[in-house]
Design a protein around this ligand. Structure first.
Ligand code: MFK
Length: 205
């Protein structure tokens, strides 16, 4: 489908792939994530800031020259990569995914720091939102949007630790998919969420 043919709305024909951007695209994404961590942790000199601005200008110009729409970019559609190659999301690996729910392993890093070595609550919510959106999509075979998402923070969520995230479909009522999720560090519950996702009608934005 071309842009001209498209009727508007959230597309169900997102061009998922395992090869866009080439075999080293995942390494590129990881380098970008490491850069974000390094920026967050850095105390640069004025001279280094000057250098970095110039180097980044070159890199940004190269990337601007190959920008493409969201439906076709590798970022967000490379299903073989952590979090579909989308640096907006905390990196997670899906271990199991079916119509009943998803099991994933997720790792927060310095970029996701809230304070005192703990993950920022907003990134915890981001992780839940994406994995619950995936849960809604798998439960219905349709694209879903978040109607509400409630997050309860039960204990500190550490950085640089493999965390397990488990989601469940609790009820489907027409277009409404009620879902729940938990984030754990080993046996310890860090956060839990419940939400309502709505399966979109054709052409719905
Ligand atoms: C594999 C790929 C995985 C990708 C995952 C990506 C996940 C990303 C998920 C997101 O972040 S989406 C972005 C955040 N969400 C939004 O921006 C949504 C903004 N809101 C809307 O677009 C609309 O309000 C919405 C689509 C959620 C619902 O509008 P609709 O016009 O489609 O539905 P409607 O308002 O008629 O409501 C349908 C039913 O849901 C109920 N409902 C809707 N919103 C509700 C709400 N907030 N609380 C309780 N019930 C709600 C509503 O009462 C009704 O119930 P009944 O059918 O029983 O009458």
């Amino acid at each position: 489908m071309t842009d001209e043919q498209h009727e508007g709305g959230f597309r169900t024909d997102m061009a998922i792939s395992v090869d866009k951007g080439g075999p080293r695209y995942g390494e590129f994404v990881e380098s970008a994530r490491l850069f974000m961590d390094r920026v967050r942790a850095a105390m640069p000199t004025e001279e280094l800031v000057d250098d970095l601005i110039d180097e980044l200008a070159t890199i940004n110009a190269k990337l601007e020259a190959v920008a493409i729409d969201e439906w076709n970019s590798p970022s967000g559609t490379r299903i073989d990569l952590p979090a579909r190659g989308n640096i907006t999301l905390p990196p997670y690996l899906v271990n199991r995914a079916d119509a009943t729910g998803v099991d994933a392993t997720l790792r927060f890093t310095r970029f996701h720091l809230g304070g005192n070595n703990a993950a920022h609550g907003g990134y915890i919510g981001t992780a839940f939102d994406d994995l619950l959106g995936m849960t809604g999509a798998l439960a219905t075979g349709k694209v879903t949007r978040t109607a509400y998402l409630t997050v309860n923070y039960r204990s500190i969520t550490p950085l640089y630790t493999d965390l397990s995230v488990t989601t469940q479909v609790t009820k489907v009522d027409g277009r409404k998919i009620f879902v729940a999720a938990q984030m754990r560090d080993g046996d310890r519950l860090c956060a839990e969420a419940d939400g309502l996702f709505i399966a979109l009608n054709p052409g719905q934005p």
